[in-house]
Design a protein around this ligand. Structure first.
Ligand SMILES: Cc1cc2nc3c(=O)[nH]c(=O)nc-3n(C[C@H](O)[C@H](O)[C@H](O)COP(=O)(O)O)c2cc1C
Length: 183
């Protein structure tokens, strides 16, 4: 069975992380979830889900302090990791290699093992520091996918826009979520 690590940090757009977990479950992928403290708070503030409900969508869920979790080690094999959403603080942690929580450690492992790392980096407007950190992680091998508005798919709802970002993120792992593609 394929495994993907999912991180949810404290940026706006936590619904994207929830929908990614649901899509991976539907695709039969084993998921390993780590939510940061702020990730849980923002998720509960901007969605109808609790952190506990969200944890149940994953095959395995870990606390951000659990450095003994399997995903803290490169010897634990996975297809890669998606951080959705990725706050500018988490982006900075990944860019600098400052792995002081399990999400950051797991992302650092992806880069050192040359595995897929997809960051749904969310902030607007962007400062020079944010852009510099995006450049650094891109040079290190990560794929930065900002959750930007999409118009060519003629979305009717916010959910349509969310599912477009989910589709773009999971395309990186070769998982087709049947979102509205350009033809
Ligand atoms: C409601 C809410 C929305 C936030 N949205 C963002 C955001 O879109 N992008 C961002 O970088 N930080 C955002 N923040 C700030 C982060 O939560 C904060 O920097 C936090 O330290 C991130 O920690 P984490 O990366 O460990 O989850 C938001 C905070 C709150 C309370």
């Amino acid at each position: 069975m394929k495994r993907i690590i999912v991180g949810i940090s404290g940026a706006s757009g936590t619904a994207i992380g929830i929908r990614i977990l649901e899509a991976l479950k539907k695709a039969g992928i084993e998921t390993h979830l780590v939510m940061t403290r702020l990730g849980k708070k923002v998720l509960e503030d901007e969605t109808d889900y609790t952190a506990e409900d969200t944890g149940k969508l994953a095959s395995y869920t870990y606390s951000e302090d659990d450095f003994f979790a399997p995903i803290a080690s490169g010897s634990f094999h996975s297809e890669g990791m998606v951080v959705a959403p990725c706050s500018m603080k988490t982006l900075a942690g990944i860019a600098s290699g400052y792995t002081d929580n399990l999400l950051l450690r797991a992302a650092d492992v992806m880069l050192k093992e040359r595995r897929k790392l997809v960051l749904i980096a969310r902030e607007t407007p962007l400062s020079y520091i944010h852009i510099k950190n995006m450049k650094t992680v891109t040079k290190a091998g990560a794929v930065v996918i900002p959750p930007v508005l999409t118009f060519y798919s003629k979305p009717n709802t916010i959910e349509d826009m969310v599912m477009h970002v989910v589709g773009k993120a999971l395309d990186q792992f070769g998982i087709d979520t049947k979102y509205k593609r350009w033809k």
